[in-house]
Design a protein around this ligand. Sequence first.
Ligand SMILES: N[C@@H](CCC(=O)N[C@@H](CS)C(=O)NCC(=O)O)C(=O)O
Length: 336
Amino acid sequence: MFIPAMFFLAAATALIWFVVEKGRRKTHPVPAGYQEDLVFPHTQPFELYHNALSLCSMKSRLCLAELRIPYKGHHIDLIETGCYENIRPRFLSVNPGGTVPVLLHDGHPIYESHEQIRYAARFAPEGAPSLVPEDPTLRAEMEAWIDRSSLTENPMENGHRSAGNAVPGQTVPLFCTMIEKIPLFRIVEGLLFHFDRFRPFLFAVLKIRGIGRLHRLAPAAAAISRSRDQLGIHLDGFEEQLEKTGGPWILGEEYTLADVSWLVIFERLRQASAEEVFLGVDRRPLCAAYWNRLQSRPAYEEAILGHSHPLIEYGRHRIEEAKQESPEVRHCLEGA
Ligand SMILES: N[C@@H](CCC(=O)N[C@@H](CS)C(=O)NCC(=O)O)C(=O)O
């Protein structure tokens, strides 16, 4: 009698906790861009909620560094860098969408990284480059190249439309290696409360499976292969553009927001140890030279390398190791 009663009490307590906690972590989509009606506590004109690995966070950090806009940073963990801080009430009060980055200007949030960089460019301090061409034709072209690199909607879909949506498949092996260091119970928080149950489920599977057996996980292998094909097509277009303009940047002489937006795609290839696949010997030499130029910019050092996370480097080395150890893994990650 005593044991069933205890069991019932524990189950009822857990259920109540779950329902209350779920209520505190309600999420909903947020509109893109500047939100005039919302103001959050802040101590500096610009503040950025971001994550070390997140592609979109890298873009916003890089943009602020190029514009030389000082800001206060709040690092928000995603599961791959430690825990699901992005679905806890404190962060959800700033972005009920549960995603990073969020830029605050005088406390007003700007949602979506591609909107953040467009917005921030209007506030370039005296003497800093504005990153937006004066010429309306070039400006329209820049917008199109930003769109072609933006991550919108579901990260694993619509890769044919944008390189930003094609590249997440390349992040899968990185997730798989970074998650090795994260205890399983941390993922449970996501399984219980994440707005997109598929993501924590994917991390749990990747953790259990491990990089050495990733090739046997058919949906992951298919996503990586699809990403490789789609990204290859986007980069071929990119190569043609560099040939057409003669570089050194996407639109020619002027470094613009389009370059900011594309840098993070190339950086993801570096982090995932996939540079060789896309930019190796004789493969897209103009893209390879462009990527070298990007890496020599001080803003790259400051906003990307300066914000790296130990798990990113760990993940990159583990991918390298796994490819050396197993031809099947190499084939899965690099193709024929
Ligand atoms: N379109 C959004 C995408 C934001 C987004 O999906 N961010 C990812 C990281 S790149 C995130 O916060 N994911 C939450 C999670 O993985 O739990 C933007 O450009 O800001």
